[in-house]
Design a protein around this ligand. Structure first.
Ligand code: NAD
Length: 460
């Protein structure tokens, strides 16, 4: 066995015995740990900002609004609501169970594994951890190797705040991740790409480990002719070009009604200039692509259509301008893979039935954005297309409220989290029936007279 594997095994053994010592379960313990996590992050806030700047050129504003702020909010919301969430919920009992009581009791899974991606490297590692702690688990966290400065800060915070038998960070790449996936975890929370999601699920299936998969995909953005075009342009540019398009729920491609295409494109051009100036690749507020292989992959999509706007690239700074393209074929690479970069292919439609058919012909998306003033159009799209979650008349914002569970469906993932959803994701909902001993309904026993007639009366 190699050294990583034996270290990993040792950590998991330590976490198992810590978990079975019952220390992680009292609500008072969980609340204290959540507060300690928040204090630890606050202490290193400058380091988190610097690391996000270094790894992804995130501005302080973007770092706070899309990473730190979301984690703080997740912690505060859990602290505020945890006492309510942990309470067993009473349920009704069936006629056949007269005299008994039923309840559903959330219990932690035990020793959990969290694997995170690089695009929101702080938030996507720490937000699930909030759920793990709130639900009473121990956790091993594997941040992304592609954002090493952020991963190092995460290690520093966690090792200072928590003992390793409770929470531990294990940094490393694919091999480390695969070693972790061979371990007997009680639950796995994975955020990342669809192909790696399949590998994770296959590994989990070998030990029947329950899991949540937060994956990606191509999220459509639909702009109907009755939309408020000015506002739509602003909100689409915001959603598409935040983090230079490297957002799992970024609008991936545009489906715009033919009557409003020109107006929308003109507005979007102006909004790009308003947000990032006339030369966005030189603007310090505008993000960079994470590394050269991803830069080359995204830049190659520029050949898949005609450039309507943008198109400049700079390999030295890893920046690609906010770009709109048209005329791409549905079979071209830009329309086959999740773009995960600042290139926006545009298509027009004349009837919503075309939109429904196009979207339903591909894997179920993680997000969908619809811009319309019509409740009827909203109903039509929402009842005809399956997707993880979305926003009507805006982009990205459904991810930022703790009241809406966030997750995918089909190829975009399974399970969900955020707010109470995170507590549920990291909890097993144990059903308990407490039977009365005051009397005994004997019709179910094989010796009962008229047993069959009674059973037929109850179960019909
Ligand atoms: P990725 O799947 O390449 O990597 C994610 C994690 O898995 C990393 O920690 C990595 O080390 C590990 N990993 C990579 N290859 C592995 C393998 N063969 N076996 C085991 N582990 C492996 O994803 P990424 O490039 O870091 O992130 C981008 C993807 O994540 C995009 O597809 C995006 O849509 C998705 N994403 C989804 C969400 C969401 O909430 N649904 C959020 C952010 C990103």
């Amino acid at each position: 066995m190699d050294q990583v594997a034996s270290e990993v095994e040792e950590i998991i053994e330590k976490q198992k015995s810590y978990y079975y010592s019952q220390k992680t379960k009292p609500v008072s313990f969980r609340l204290k740990q959540l507060q300690a996590l928040k204090d630890g992050i606050k202490k290193y806030e400058t380091d988190v900002n610097d690391a996000l700047k270094k790894d992804l050129n995130k501005s302080e504003f973007e770092a706070y609004s899309t990473e730190l702020g979301i984690v703080y909010e997740e912690i505060s919301f859990s602290i505020k609501n945890l006492k309510k969430w942990v309470k067993p919920k009473k349920v009704k009992t069936a006629l056949t169970h007269v005299g008994s009581k039923g309840y559903i009791m959330p219990e932690p899974y035990g020793v959990t594994l969290i694997i995170a991606p690089w695009n929101y490297p702080f938030q996507l590692a720490l937000s699930p951890l909030v759920g793990a702690i709130a639900a009473g688990n121990t956790a091993v966290l594997k941040p992304s190797e592609l954002t090493p400065t952020v991963s190092a800060v995460i290690t520093r915070i966690i090792s200072e705040v928590f003992p390793s038998e409770y929470i531990e960070v294990i940094e490393g790449g694919v091999e480390t991740s695969q070693t972790l996936l061979e371990q007997p975890f009680d639950y796995i929370f994975f955020t990342g790409s669809v192909p790696v999601g399949k590998i994770v699920m296959e590994a989990a299936s070998k030990q029947l480990i329950p899991l949540t998969l937060e994956l990606g995909g191509k999220s459509p953005c639909i702009v109907h002719h009755d939309a408020n075009i000015k506002l739509a342009a602003k909100r689409i540019v915001f959603g598409k070009y935040t983090n230079a398009g490297q957002t799992c729920i970024a609008p991936d491609y545009l489906l715009v009604h033919e009557n409003v295409k020109e107006a929308l494109v003109e507005e979007m051009k102006q909004v790009v200039a308003e947000f990032y100036g006339s030369e966005p690749i030189k603007d310090d507020k505008y993000g960079k692509i994470v590394n050269e292989p991803h830069f080359d992959r995204v830049a190659s999509y520029l050949n898949d259509g005609q450039i309507v706007f943008g198109g400049k690239t700079d390999r030295d700074t890893l920046k690609i301008e906010p770009t709109f393209i048209e005329g791409a074929s549905w079979d071209s690479p830009v329309m086959q893979d999740e773009i995960f970069g600042p290139i926006f292919p545009m298509f027009t439609y004349s009837d919503l039935s075309e939109v429904i058919e196009k979207v339903n012909n591909r894997p179920k998306p993680l997000a969908l954005y619809l811009f319309t003033q019509s409740d009827e159009v909203e109903r039509l799209i929402n009842s005809s297309i399956s997707y993880g979650g979305g926003t009507v008349n805006d982009t990205l914002m459904h991810i930022a409220t703790p009241y809406l569970p966030f997750g995918g469906v089909g190829e975009s993932g399974m399970g969900s989290y955020h707010g109470e959803g995170s507590f549920h994701a990291f909890s097993h909902m144990k059903s308990v029936l407490k039977q009365t001993t005051r009397f005994d309904m004997s019709f179910r026993y094989p010796s009962a007279k008229n047993g069959l007639a009674m059973v037929k009366r109850f179960f019909n």
